[in-house]
Design a protein around this ligand. Structure first.
Ligand code: 1CP
Length: 353
């Protein structure tokens, strides 16, 4: 039994009956909110991540201001390589940069195999404090980057245009790539388990760069490592969401990954994915984030279209197909959340469609 006042999100992840469809959005604690920018003015990004009071404050903002059905702990996927010893700079406008990327055996040797309970204790403290401040209002999601997506940043050093450095790396030094992926996998599994112990109610694996790979390479360099992480998650019944962007060719394989929920980008109709995956997993998504630039009526129409496409029954967590963009007016996200809350009951229970 859960003590949560609103556990719609957790029930939908497990495809249990719900009264209405839950909604949260990726990157909901972020720059589109003036209240986030006000906190960010006082502290740089890593200081925010490493100060539990600030991380908890911005994690709660979208719950209080927007009314989402789940919180996601404020942090970043790149805190893991930083904890493993890589210097990380996150500067306004430029995005994250590793000034000393990994390019060879000697660079790789410098990576420390860490105990997340020590080196990432600040995240665990932020989780515990956030759980307390949430006071059981909504579930808290913990997350990590997939080993492949983390390796991409660690080798490229920064957001890239054509990803030639990481591609060169995996094709010319495949053994080193796999050794690194293994190392990141071990640390990441321990990290997620530590977050679960600290109090998160569900976890999401972000494979933002899975879609850079061909189907064969995705199944060589990304999917097996995410499956290893999922197999190691304890307790086993914690909902696991796997969000891999740009990999609709692999959805039937993702169903077998052990994840409870597959996160979708907007490249396929959610109803078509539901047919393809045969209701074996829940689906999360999948509104194009740029729809939030449109007027409220358009946003409502699109939200309804997606809910109709999924159809009747539990197993849908409403979300965007990727992170909310920094220049979206918060009012537009509020309109989306209102619409999902007001209109989704018709897709549940015995109510007719
Ligand atoms: O200046 C600032 O305030 C920093 C902007 C920012 C923010 C708000 C960064 C730097 N990270 C975050 C928070 C963040 N990152 C969260 C918070 C929780 C929430 O969702 O509300 C999460 C889940 C992430 C995850 C993350 N970081 C991903 C995976 C999700 C995705 O969007 O694909 C990735 C790829 C990153 C790397 C990263 N960190 C920051 C930026 C700007 C980026 C993207 C860089 C790029 O485009 O390559």
């Amino acid at each position: 039994m859960t003590a949560l006042k609103n556990d719609l999100f957790l029930r939908a992840c497990k495809r249990l009956p719900v009264e209405r469809t839950p909604i949260w959005v990726m990157r909901q604690a972020g720059r589109y909110l003036p209240e986030y920018r006000a906190v960010r003015k006082k502290a740089d990004f890593m200081t925010m991540c490493k100060t539990p009071e600030l991380a908890a404050e911005v994690t709660l903002q979208p719950v209080d201001l927007i009314g989402v059905d789940a919180a996601i702990i404020f942090s970043d996927i790149l805190v893991v390589p930083e904890a493993m010893g890589m210097e990380l700079e996150i500067t306004e406008g430029k995005g994250p940069v590793f000034p000393h990327p990994i390019r060879n055996e000697a660079d790789a040797k410098k990576l420390k195999e860490i105990d997340p309970g020590q080196e990432l204790k600040y995240v665990l403290d932020a989780v515990a404090l956030t759980k307390k401040e949430l006071n059981q209002r909504v579930p808290l999601i913990g997350f990590c980057g997939s080993p492949w997506t983390l390796l991409t940043y660690m080798v490229e050093g920064q957001g890239a245009k054509n990803f030639s450095i990481i591609k060169n790396f995996i094709y010319n030094q495949p053994a080193l790539a796999h050794a690194l992926l293994d190392k990141i996998t071990r640390v990441t599994a321990d990290y997620l388990n530590a977050k679960i112990q600290a109090g998160v109610d569900a976890v999401q694996i972000f494979d933002t760069w899975g879609g850079l790979l061909s189907p064969h390479d995705f199944e060589t360099f990304s999917l097996p490592y995410m499956e290893k992480i999922i197999r190691r998650i304890r307790p086993k019944d914690i909902p696991v969401i796997l969000f891999a962007k740009g990999v609709h060719f692999s959805y039937p394989k993702l169903v077998e990954s052990g994840a409870d929920v597959i996160g979708l980008d907007w490249s396929m109709e959610i109803g078509a994915v539901r047919k393809l995956t045969g209701d074996k997993v829940a689906l999360q998504g999948n509104m194009d984030p740029t729809v939030l630039y449109a007027g409220h009526e358009y946003i409502r129409g699109e939200a309804l279209r997606i809910m109709r496409s999924f159809g009747h029954g539990s197993g849908h967590v409403f979300n965007l197909g990727h992170g909310i963009l920094p220049d979206v007016p918060p009012e537009n996200l509020k309109a989306l959340v209102r619409c999902v809350k007001e209109e989704s009951a018709q897709f549940h229970g015995s109510a007719s469609k």
